[in-house]
Design a protein around this ligand. Structure first.
Ligand SMILES: [Zn+2]
Length: 75
């Protein structure tokens, strides 16, 4: 990756992030995802392998590590 799609920045760092995904009618939180994060605007990008791994995990019958309650606000 050479340039951020959002801000055009060119500095990135590797970081573990968490992200909420919408699966069927549920929202699930995935932690410790290796991501490339734009140093300028914080835009997170996952590589294809990571994205596919998350997709497979969320559509498997694998039990989640834990459950959290999530409050949802509409803005
Ligand atoms: Zn950026």
């Amino acid at each position: 990756m050479s340039k951020c799609e959002v801000c055009g920045g060119s500095e990135f760092r590797r970081e573990e992030v968490e992200e909420v995904f919408h699966v069927d009618k549920r929202y699930v939180l995935v932690e410790h995802i290796p991501a490339t994060v734009c140093a300028q605007c914080g835009e997170k990008t996952f590589d294809a392998e990571t994205t596919e791994g998350i997709r497979l995990m969320l559509h498997s019958q694998r039990a989640p590590a834990r459950a959290v309650e999530m409050e949802v606000f509409a803005f």
